[in-house]
Design a protein around this ligand. Structure first.
Ligand code: DCC
Length: 174
């Protein structure tokens, strides 16, 4: 299937989930070995996502030397993985577990090793099982976006979706 990020004309109604973390609190890690958030993931990004107001989240990531792509700057794939984590966690604010269906990234400025990326994301719309999420990344104390991302995530039944991979899922806090 091939698709683009295009918001529906009308979103299904959305409500913040009553068990979503309070603004400023972190989302619970869903798996210790998750490449995005897992505390025990070898070479993982170790990104923690925090709930914001409404349907928003925030996150930070220190840009370390091992993330290098071009000389002195982050690899685009590493940045994309970080966006996937931040964007993919954000639907939990409305209580919807998802997998990534479609992810677009615009790389606007080089992102130096040693800087800190600040992410802001929001659930923009929901249409049946599709959850539309957007995010922006900024550097250190700057207001200027260095990258933006938009993604369509697809709502899943966690236990059915991962049933074939049970051994790995057994470590998961789903
Ligand atoms: C605590 C938890 C952790 C929460 C924290 C998680 C943070 C981790 C973040 C990382 C997340 C990942 O990397 S997840 C890993 C990467 N992604 C994956 O492995 C997904 C692989 N793909 C699949 O498993 C499947 O294709 C699915 C589940 C996405 C869709 O299959 P399906 O269930 O059969 O759904 P289907 O009926 O085809 O489609 C349902 C609706 O979605 C649309 N749709 C389907 N696929 C796509 C697509 N690729 N792009 C756009 N839209 C799509 C269809 O048009 C339809 O819309 P309409 O007809 O209603 O209009």
């Amino acid at each position: 299937m091939s698709t683009n990020f295009s918001l529906p004309d009308v979103s299904d109604p959305m409500e913040r989930h009553p068990k979503a973390p309070a603004p400023g609190d972190p989302f619970r890690l869903h798996h210790d070995l998750c490449h995005g958030c897992g505390v025990n993931a070898p070479g993982g990004l170790h990104v923690t996502v925090y709930a914001g107001e409404g349907f928003t989240t925030t996150a930070e990531m220190k840009v370390e030397e091992w993330m290098l792509g071009g000389p002195g700057v982050i690899h685009g794939g590493v940045l994309t993985a970080a966006f996937d984590e931040v964007l993919g966690t954000t639907p939990l604010i409305i209580g919807v577990p998802v997998v990534t269906g479609h992810l677009e990234v615009d790389f606007l400025k080089p992102i130096p090793i040693g800087s800190t990326l600040h992410f802001e994301a929001e659930v923009a719309a929901k249409e049946r099982r599709k959850v539309f999420v957007r995010a922006v990344a900024r550097l250190d104390d700057s207001d200027e976006p260095v990258a933006t991302a938009s993604a369509i995530f697809i709502e899943i039944d966690l236990r059915k979706h991962y049933a074939k991979y049970y051994d790995s899922a057994s470590q998961s806090r789903l």
